[in-house]
Design a protein around this ligand. Structure first.
Ligand SMILES: C[S@@+](CC[C@H](N)C(=O)[O-])C[C@H]1O[C@@H](n2cnc3c(N)ncnc32)[C@H](O)[C@@H]1O
Length: 281
């Protein structure tokens, strides 16, 4: 039994910044099922925001003029298509890309049921190869925060290339304020089956702070009954208005508008989120 615990000892040390954990999370056959349930759950905002907030966001982006009828919109990390389907309803031509086969399959079934003509693609958005194709690129729920500076800059360059001249990139980032409240705290529990595994397993949760890099790691060590240990890492690089503005500037964008939420809450320093509309220059 003791030898089963050895990987836990080594894995629970603070890892170097952005050291990857298990490669399969979003597209793991079991976890993606839990994830889809979380996306659709209206009692919390765990994986997607609730429908009321999504509706407010779409209304706000249209009334503020950042999205309009006829626009070609790319929804990067579209999940089960909660935003894509609303934008299609508003007569935009939408392409949604996501790594999760389960989410894309769900989104396609919904689109077919509702007669929505949406191009859903199951792919890694780091492999997109569009050139000046879209009026707007949308990336909702802090996805950009999960990447190292190098990967983030690569993603920004792909988004830049994908947008038409003067196109708009709309996204949100979390802040240090949110992390200080919600960063994972150390705890452990046994589960009889839940988010991570269908059967009995042990979960060790740990939070690691990298304050000099505005980065936090939520780490989950999962041990199955047969002693198999896997470590999942969710890296979160938080931003301030100044750091995200500078980052965008370096990648050929100009911040046109910032809010505290994509649904249009006015920007004030100290909020949990910063939502941005950045123009390709
Ligand atoms: C927090 S969820 C947000 C989903 C959706 N934007 C929403 O707010 O409802 C992040 C999504 O990004 C997807 N994702 C993560 N990395 C990805 C990648 N490299 N390529 C494509 N999709 C990715 C995940 O599968 C997941 O559906």
């Amino acid at each position: 039994m003791l030898h089963n615990l050895l990987p836990i000892f080594s894995q629970s040390l603070k890892p170097p910044l952005f050291e990857p954990g298990e490669p399969r999370f979003w597209d793991d056959p079991y976890i993606s099922k839990s994830m889809l349930e979380a996306h659709l759950n209206q009692s919390h905002d765990g994986a997607s925001r609730r429908n009321v907030e999504i509706e407010k966001t779409v209304r706000h982006l249209i009334t503020s003029g950042f999205l309009k009828t006829g626009d070609r919109v790319l929804d990067l990390g579209c999940g089960p298509g909660l935003y894509s389907s609303r934008l299609c309803f508003e007569c935009m031509k939408v392409t949604g890309i996501d790594l999760s086969r389960r989410s894309i399959d769900y989104a396609r079934v919904q689109a077919e049921r509702d007669g929505n003509d949406i191009d859903y693609i199951c792919a890694d958005f780091f492999n997109i190869d569009y050139k000046e194709t879209f009026d707007a690129v949308l990336q909702v729920y802090g996805e950009i925060c999960t990447f190292s500076n190098e990967k983030r800059d690569l993603l920004l360059s792909l988004v830049h290339r994908t947008l038409k001249d003067n196109g708009i990139f709309i996204f949100d980032v979390s802040t240090r304020e949110l992390r200080m409240r919600e960063g994972l705290k150390n705890r452990w529990y046994f589960s009889e089956g839940g988010f991570w595994r269908p059967g009995r397993h042990l979960v060790l949760e740990e939070g690691f702070d990298y304050p000099e890099d505005d980065t936090w790691l939520n780490q989950y060590i999962i041990m199955d009954e047969d002693g198999t240990v896997k470590v999942y890492r969710l890296w979160l690089h938080d931003y301030s208005f100044e750091t995200i503005s500078l980052t965008l500037e370096k990648s050929g964008f100009r911040v046109e508008q910032a809010w505290n939420s994509l649904s249009g809450e006015s920007y004030r320093k100290g909020g949990d989120w910063i939502a941005i509309a950045a123009r390709k220059v």
